[in-house]
Design a protein around this ligand. Structure first.
Ligand code: ADP
Ligand code: MG
Length: 595
């Protein structure tokens, strides 16, 4: 027998898609407030949002009739016909959120348009209308959601500890605050203020608050655009990393979304600067014509579809790469940037529940609605982010290095070179630095110069495992293009005939084994650029001077000079830093000459 579902039941089913946890309620309510042009939004929660969620705004408000309509399924003021569906500029449009939320909670809506004398109060319980009354209230809207899932115990069971749910809510608010820097947000959990972002901020200042004080002076603005794609946002210095992707915020036409392709593009922008297994910190805002994005592919609208994704990904990668390149111009600030001390701790907090990033500390003192920018930490002088500009590259660093060659003082711990340049003290990791230098030389040679092979006087025979032999047979031609000439010698035996000139003096068997092992591990043989890249990295690593090897002063000087001539002098090809630097201000701070 086929039946039409009773309305409450169908709302509850919709709630399963729209409302998974308290944070999803907060997201829907706050989005509604932003759609209603609110300037200030206050979010209060009790017990991680399980017992109370209250969202109040100073937005447009609703008349009595509108309010009653708003709680009906498919009632929306934001979309009228099919053409609207493909040019959605508001967060909401499905008209599902309020009735879904009301069907699984004790729900109350108090709302008043600016020109109305009284507010209307609509109370519901488990999706049934309980009471509609008049009341006094400020202009705007207050939605109160109590006892979420009280009537759907199965769902209630899936909720996590209060602190975990509160953490999800804080994350949600941080995300929405980044996407809407003009809107003020205040969050109070169990009576305690936990977040405060004043209205009328720009993205950079908002990002400083949301991402936290420790990251604040290590953010670089993004600015990149093509004919119809514009990328703005910020990315953090590569020294600031996290163990998950949860500090990569993506906005597409202001909507907080998740998109694997964009995350991959961010990584491409950071390529060669970040270590494997670590995640950068970034806020990426992509703006493109509304009809280029389908936002209606997922009930909670978290996923989207680009009509043509590649140009968007390309633009994101370019924007990030350009910002980092520009930031490198200010070498002292870029290399002086240290891993954020708090980052590990906050990773731990993340896993254990309540997340309180240091943004909170920065704003704690300004928790009441005060005049906007006061509470924003000013970027410290000398480390102000360098605006992205066209045609900026390491050329300038190179010029500076040429005019004032760094003075070398020696080597410590058999590994670190001590150098001074201008007002900077630098510590250079000799292995990482040399790896970078060799890698760029090999790469340059490979892309711009004819093949350079040096034939071995005595060809070397290699014994490979069966799997390794297969892999090696498949890449012989490409290795030859890199200058490494290897021929099969029957079965799993191979003969190395020639090696790249740069690597001539090195034992060759371990090099080839090293390359094959890395490729087996990374399984990258599919994409040619990627595995060629890995080969070059293996070669560079193999050839580079090891740690704990003593170097003469002239050797060190020439290494540092070569390093500064690189395109990306600050990171080894694996993404580790090649140097740390201390400018005068930082030294003075360390010795408390200044505070
Ligand atoms: P949608 O946002 O998809 O339109 P909702 O169920 O979230 O659907 O909201 C239904 C309608 O209620 C909205 O279209 C809007 O007109 C109204 N509404 C909801 N929240 C607010 C608010 N905070 N301020 C003003 N109007 C609101
Ligand atoms: Mg909505």
């Amino acid at each position: 027998m086929i039946r039409i579902l009773p309305e409450i039941l169908s709302n509850q089913i919709a709630a399963g898609e729209v409302v998974q946890r308290p944070a999803s309620v907060v997201k829907e309510l706050v989005e509604n407030s932003i759609d209603a042009k609110a300037r200030r939004i206050t979010i209060e929660i009790e017990k991680g949002g399980k017992s109370v969620i209250r969202v109040a705004d100073d937005g447009a408000g609703l008349s009595r009739d509108q309010a009653l309509l708003a709680i009906e399924r498919y009632a929306t003021s934001k979309i009228f016909d099919q053409t609207d569906l493909f040019s959605i500029a508001t967060f909401g449009f499905r008209g599902e959120a309020l009735p879904s939320i009301a069907s699984v909670s004790k729900f109350c809506l108090v709302t008043k348009p600016k020109d109305a004398d009284t507010a209307v109060r609509v109370e519901m319980a488990g999706g049934k209308l309980v009471q509609v009354s008049e009341t006094g209230a400020p202009a705007g809207t207050l939605v109160e959601v109590k006892h979420l899932f009280f009537n759907t115990p199965a769902r209630r069971k899936f909720l996590k500890a209060d602190t975990t749910e509160a953490g999800h809510i804080t994350d949600t608010i941080s995300g929405m605050a980044l996407g809407n820097p003009g809107v003020g947000f205040k969050m109070v959990a169990s009576g305690r203020p936990v977040r405060h972002f004043p209205p009328d901020q720009d993205l950079l200042h908002r990002a400083m608050l949301v991402l936290g004080k420790d990251v604040a002076d290590q953010l670089y603005p993004l600015a990149y655009s093509t004919a119809n794609i514009s990328i703005t946002g910020v990315c953090a210095n590569p020294a600031v990393t996290r163990s998950t992707a949860n500090r990569i915020y993506l906005f597409v036409n202001n909507r907080l979304v998740y998109d694997k392709g964009i995350v991959a593009a961010v990584f491409r922008g950071f390529e060669g600067r970040i270590m494997k297994g670590r995640f950068p910190v970034a806020v990426i805002c992509c703006d493109l014509p509304f009809d280029q994005v389908d936002v209606n592919v997922h009930p909670s609208k978290r996923e989207i579809k680009f009509l043509s994704p590649q140009p968007v990904y390309q633009a994101v990668a370019q924007a990030v790469a350009a910002a980092l390149k520009a930031a490198q111009q200010n070498a002292a600030a870029y290399a002086g940037s240290r891993p954020v001390p708090g980052s590990r701790i906050s990773d731990v907090q993340k896993k254990t529940g309540f997340v309180q990033d240091s943004g909170y500390r920065a704003v704690q003192s300004a928790i009441s609605w005060g005049p906007g920018r006061k509470s924003v930490p000013e970027p410290s002088p000398g480390s102000a982010p360098v605006p992205a500009a066209e045609n900026t590259d390491a050329a300038e660093i190179r010029d500076v290095a040429e005019q004032h060659p760094p003075a070398i003082f020696g080597q410590v711990m058999g590994t670190y070179i001590i150098a001074e340049q201008g007002d900077r003290l630098m510590l250079v990791d000799q292995h990482a630095a040399h790896e970078r230098v060799v890698y760029e030389k090999l790469k340059h040679r490979h892309t711009h110069l004819p093949r350079d092979s040096q034939f071995l006087l005595v060809p070397e025979t290699l014994e490979m495992g069966a799997g390794e032999a297969d892999l090696l047979s498949n890449i012989l031609a490409d290795l030859e293009a890199l200058g490494l000439v290897i021929e099969p010698f029957g079965g799993t035996t191979f003969v190395v005939k020639a090696v790249p000139g740069l690597l001539a003096q090195k034992p060759v068997a371990s090099l080839v084994h090293g390359i094959v092992e890395t490729l087996m591990e990374t399984g990258d043989t599919g994409i040619k650029e990627q595995w060629l890249e890995n080969c070059l990295i293996s070669m560079a690593c193999h050839h580079a001077v090891q740690a704990n090897k003593s170097m003469s002063l002239p050797e060190m000087a020439s290494l540092v000079k070569d390093l500064f001539a690189c395109d990306n002098p600050f990171h080894c090809p694996h993404g580790r830093p090649t140097m740390v630097s201390f400018d005068k201000t930082r030294m003075e701070k360390l010795f408390k000459r200044v505070v």
